[in-house]
Design a protein around this ligand. Structure first.
Ligand SMILES: CC(C)(COP(=O)(O)OP(=O)(O)OC[C@H]1O[C@@H](n2cnc3c(N)ncnc32)[C@H](O)[C@@H]1OP(=O)(O)O)[C@@H](O)C(=O)NCCC(=O)NCCS
Length: 347
C-alpha cells in the first residue's frame, strides 16, 4: 500500500482587506476593533469582489498547489472540493472549478477528472484529506487535488444585527495535492473524524430548506414574491455552545490520533489548528501542554476562512520555511454540523 503525502500546497486570498474598524466605517456596524480583537484575535479579513466566488478562488489556489508540486491538472485523478459557500446550489463548485482548467478538454485526449463536493464546513479539509488519502492508499488514484474555498462575505448580515457572526468570517482558498509515495518517511499517519448532528442548529444557515414549499420560505407572500426573514437569510450561531464544543472536540480528536500513534506534544514539530477564535486555540494548546512556538496562526489577518483555513496555514508555513520535509505536523479542526477531526502527517 503506498503512503499518501502532500506533494504540493497553494493558497489564495482576495486583495480587499477589511479591518475591524472598517466593518464599522464601511458597513455601519456598531462594533469596535477592541471588542473583536479581544474576544477572537481577529484584526482584519479579506473580502472577494462581487462576481468572484469560491470556484474562482479555488482555481487560483489549485494552480499554485499544482505549480508547487510541479504537476499539471492533467496529472490529477480526482478533485475534492470542500466549501460551505458553493457558487450556486447545484451543480457542485468542484465541477465549476474543474471547467476553468480548459487544458483538460483540449486536444484528442480530454481528461474528464471526476469532481466531488463535500459539505463539512470548518472540518472540510480534514474530511477531504481522509477521503483523498484513502483513494491514494487504495491505489485508485495517484494524485488527488483537494481544495477548500469560501466566499463568506456574500452571505453575512452586514448590519449590527449580524455583528457577532459577521465579525468572525473572511474569504479565501487553499489547495493541496495528495500523492502516492513509496517513501516510508513521508505520509499521512492517522486521522480521526467525528460528527454530532445534534449540534446542527448551533451554527447554521437555513435559507435553502427543502422541507418548505417553496424551498425558500417567503412567509410574507406565497406567490413567489416575499420577504425572507433575517434569521433564515443569514447564518445563525449560538457562540457559547460552539466555543465549548470546539474546545472539547478538538482536544479529544487531537489526543485520539496522538494516542493511537504513541505520540506526545514533544514529538510534534508543528500544530496546525483551524482558526475560528484565537481563544479556542489557546484553550486547546494550554489543555494539551502545547508550547506557543509550535503553533501557527492566520486568524489575525484572515478571520475564519472555514474549509480554506488549514491549507492556507500549511501553504504559508511552507512558503516561509516554517514547514519542511521531515517534520511531524498535527492538525485539528471543529465546525458546523457539528463536525470535527484531527490528523498527523509526516511532511
Ligand atoms: C462569537 C464570540 C466571540 C462571542 O463572544 P461572547 O462572549 O459569547 O459574546 P456574546 O455573543 O454573549 O455577546 C456579548 C455582547 O457583545 C455584543 N456583541 C456581539 N458581537 C459584537 C461585535 N462584533 N461588536 C460589539 N459587540 C458585539 C452582543 O450583542 C452582546 O451584547 P449584549 O450583552 O448587550 O446582548 C464567541 O462566542 C465565540 O467565539 N464563539 C465561537 C464561535 C466560533 O468559533 N464559530 C465558528 C466555529 S467553526
Amino acid at each position: 500500500m503506498p503512503n499518501a503525502y502532500i506533494s504540493g500546497i497553494g493558497g489564495y486570498v482576495p486583495p480587499d482587506v477589511v479591518s475591524n474598524d472598517e466593518l464599522a466605517k464601511r458597513y455601519g456596524i456598531d462594533t469596535t476593533h477592541e471588542w473583536i480583537h479581544q474576544r477572537t484575535g481577529i484584526e482584519e479579513r479579506r473580502y472577494a469582489a462581487e462576481g468572484v466566488g469560491s470556484g474562482e478562488m479555488g482555481y487560483y489556489a489549485a494552480k499554485k498547489a499544482l505549480e508547487n508540486a510541479q504537476m499539471s491538472i492533467r496529472d490529477i485523478d480526482m478533485i475534492i472540493f470542500a466549501t460551505l459557500s458553493p457558487d450556486i446550489h447545484f451543480p457542485g463548485t468542484g465541477c465549476l472549478m474543474q471547467r476553468r482548467f480548459t487544458e483538460l478538454f483540449e486536444g484528442d485526449m480530454p481528461r474528464y477528472v471526476p469532481a466531488l463536493d463535500i459539505r463539512n464546513q470548518c472540518s472540510g479539509f480534514l474530511y477531504g484529506l481522509a477521503i483523498g488519502a484513502g483513494m491514494v492508499q487504495a491505489g485508485t488514484a495517484k494524485h488527488v487535488l483537494l481544495v477548500g474555498s469560501e466566499t463568506h462575505s456574500a452571505a453575512l448580515d452586514m448590519t449590527t444585527r449580524g455583528r457577532t457572526v459577521t465579525s468572525l468570517f473572511g474569504d479565501g482558498a487553499g489547495a493541496a495535492i495528495i500523492s502516492a509515495t513509496d517513501d516510508p518517511k513521508r505520509g499521512l499517519r492517522k486521522w480521526q473524524l467525528g460528527a454530532d448532528g445534534r449540534g446542527a442548529e448551533a451554527l447554521c444557515m437555513r435559507v435553502w430548506d427543502i422541507t418548505k414549499r417553496p424551498f425558500i420560505d417567503t412567509p410574507n407572500g406565497r406567490d413567489g414574491v416575499g420577504v425572507i426573514p433575517p434569521e433564515i437569510m443569514w447564518p445563525q450561531m449560538d457562540g457559547k455552545q460552539v466555543f465549548r464544543n470546539a474546545v472539547e472536540k478538538m482536544c479529544m480528536s487531537l489526543m485520539g490520533v496522538c494516542f493511537e500513534l504513541g505520540l506526545s506534544a514533544e514529538d510534534i514539530d508543528l500544530f496546525v489548528f483551524h482558526q475560528a477564535n484565537m481563544r479556542i486555540n489557546q484553550y486547546v494548546a494550554n489543555s494539551l501542554g502545547i508550547p506557543e512556538n509550535k503553533l501557527i496562526h492566520n486568524i489575525h489577518k484572515y478571520g475564519n476562512t472555514t474549509a480554506a483555513t488549514i491549507p492556507l496555514l500549511l501553504w504559508e508555513a511552507v512558503e516561509t520555511g516554517r514547514l519542511k520535509p521531515g517534520m511531524k505536523v498535527a492538525m485539528s479542526a471543529f465546525g458546523a454540523g457539528y463536525t470535527w477531526g484531527a490528523a498527523v502527517i509526516d511532511w
